[in-house]
Design a protein around this ligand. Structure first.
Ligand SMILES: [Fe+2]
Ligand SMILES: [Fe+2]
Length: 148
């Protein structure tokens, strides 16, 4: 499914930036870590919009899935707030970044091992179209992987 492949590619880019940012922090290169976190935030903000207005909006009309989606959206907001306010000169914030990058992997696992496989059987053709149009609105001018 092209939409899921795009989401997964976005996850990989975001976690790569996050991992590199943590390694930069470990080396004491806070400027580089900051740049990597900016890149991660940029990747994630369009990703979150694409999920929340795409797949989550469509699946969330089902109460069963809505229960799983609400905490995922909450985690998006929490990480967004951290990325907005983070001060890498503060050791507590550096620890928060390390934990957030770790937690992001858990968040992604809940999507890739839970919600995404469930969507393959839950959604019909019109619902996939609606989910994909949510993604397109979040990524103006970009094409989905494998869809030219
Ligand atoms: Fe997410
Ligand atoms: Fe995601």
């Amino acid at each position: 499914m092209p939409l899921l492949r795009d989401y997964i590619a976005e996850h990989e880019r975001a976690t790569n930036y996050g991992g590199e940012a943590v390694r930069a922090l470990d080396r004491g290169e806070h400027g580089q870590a900051h740049e990597l976190l900016v890149a991660m935030a940029e990747e994630l903000r369009s990703h979150w919009l694409g999920e929340e207005n795409g797949l989550f909006a469509v699946m969330g009309t089902d109460d069963l899935y809505a229960q799983h989606i609400a905490p995922l959206v909450q985690e998006h907001r929490e990480l967004d707030a951290l990325l907005e306010s983070v001060d890498l000169s503060d050791p507590d914030d550096r620890d928060r970044v390390r934990k957030a990058v770790f937690d992001l992997h858990e968040h992604i696992a809940k999507e890739e091992d839970g919600l995404f496989p469930a969507s393959l059987t839950a959604l019909d053709g019109d619902e996939w179209d609606a989910a994909m149009s949510g993604w397109r609105e979040a990524h103006p001018g970009k094409s989905m992987i494998g869809r030219g």
